[in-house]
Design a protein around this ligand. Structure first.
Ligand SMILES: *[C@@H]1O[C@H](CO)[C@@H](O)[C@H](O)[C@H]1NC(C)=O
Ligand SMILES: [Zn+2]
Ligand SMILES: [Zn+2]
Length: 379
């Protein structure tokens, strides 16, 4: 009721502005749930070069602004929106305020780039996510309940309008790049939300989604040994079977079937350290610090990465290759892989067709590839 009054008041004070934008406000649902303050209403400048986003997106990225600090009424929150737009548009030279939406401690949502424009808030996932900033510094305190409630309603509204996929996931900005954002307190809070995902988008060359064991539904490992790191080798595999997976769902299924099969061989877990899908997702197998079972004599000296699919004749898609390379860089950076590592295909270690001729030809052009056969006696 109070919110509705505020909206009416705003409409009166804002006479001279056009009527509330139908693309945003022309929905009965919205009036009942929360107020969405349009760009016109907070006196935003137009975007310089808007880029249309392909929707629905499957990701919502949560931010805090840190600066400006929390705002508790429309006047202050509108000023906060203008100051963020000034920094992003004038200082940074971006097309517009970076976020798709903002939410104030007044419980109102504020339109940034909106539902269908690519934002500038989380490099690597901008074109596939809605970025929402909760105005304020949420490092040590959580936002007021109404601010969080509106954030959730805003997301639900996006789903209802068809801009956010019904099986979307929520992540904090810090899962996309090393940053304190959205603040420790807010991050702890959102990690209790239903659609929160532990997925981490990291990446040295190119950010990529990393799905944890929990994310793909792994059963606990029954037998793992520590791996002595940094390892001197990276060994590349294909799976042959399962076939290439093109969606996260298909890749999760592939991971489960491999784990199931490797467990049936009494390996105690999926054999590989990581696998990569055709959609560019990385899937955690044994991880960086456990010894794998994937390349016989090289097991104790290597990280094994499998590219899911049969790559004897067909070439893996570029996303898959990019993610594989980023994953290797990540391993070097986090100390699991030696900076002077050697890259080999499985067939250079053992008599096997793996990783397939097409894939072997590709990795033979990558840095660190070595022609020589793996020889345990030379280690
Ligand atoms: C993924 O795409 C490839 C190439 O189009 C196709 O051969 C394969 O069957 C697809 N995988 C699944 C699990 O549908
Ligand atoms: Zn952020
Ligand atoms: Zn192999």
């Amino acid at each position: 009721m109070i919110q509705r009054t505020v909206l009416v008041l705003l409409a009166i004070f804002a006479c001279g502005f056009s009527l509330p934008n139908p693309r945003i406000l022309g929905n009965e649902y919205l009036y009942k749930e929360f107020n969405l303050i349009t760009r016109e209403a907070w006196s935003g400048r137009p975007a310089r070069q808007p880029t249309r986003m392909v929707t629905p997106v499957d990701l919502v990225v949560i931010h805090h602004s840190y600066q400006p600090r929390a705002c508790f009424n429309i006047r202050d929150c509108s000023a906060a929106m203008r100051s963020m737009q000034d920094v992003h548009q004038i200082t940074n030279g971006w097309s517009d305020i970076g976020y798709n939406f903002a939410v104030g401690s007044d419980g109102n949502a504020y339109e940034g780039r909106g539902w269908d424009q690519v934002g500038a808030h989380a490099v690597g996932v901008n074109s596939r996510s809605i970025g929402i900033v909760l105005i304020g510094d949420w490092v040590s305190v959580v936002p007021p309940a109404i601010q969080m409630a509106t954030t959730r309603k805003l997301i639900a509204f996006g789903v209802k309008l068809g801009y956010i996929s019904p099986d979307y996931r929520i992540v904090g900005h810090r899962q996309v790049k090393p940053t304190e954002c959205p603040g420790e307190a807010l991050f702890q809070e959102i990690s209790t939300w239903d659609r929160f995902s532990t997925v981490v988008y990291v990446g040295v060359q190119k950010p990529y989604p990393l799905y944890t064991r929990e994310e793909w539904g792994a059963v606990p490992a029954t037998d793992v040994q520590p791996l002595k790191t940094p390892v001197p080798y990276v060994i590349i595999h294909h799976t042959y079977i399962p076939e290439a997976c093109n969606t996260t769902q298909q890749c999760k299924t592939a991971m489960k079937s491999m784990q199931n099969y490797h467990n049936s061989l009494d390996w105690g877990d999926i054999g590989y350290h990581f696998c990569v899908g055709s959609e560019g997702g990385a899937y955690e197998g044994r991880g960086w610090h456990n010894r794998g079972i994937h390349a016989g004599p090289a097991n104790g000296l290597s990280v094994g990465i499998c590219l899911i699919g049969d790559w004897r004749v067909e070439q893996p898609p570029q996303e898959m290759l990019d993610t594989t390379q980023s994953l290797i860089s990540e391993g070097v950076l986090n100390g699991a892989i030696s900076p002077s590592y050697k890259l080999q295909g499985h067939s250079q270690v053992m008599a096997t067709e793996c990783p397939g001729t097409a894939l072997l030809n590709i990795i033979s052009t990558w840095d660190h590839f070595t022609e020589e056969k793996f020889d345990i006696n030379k280690q």
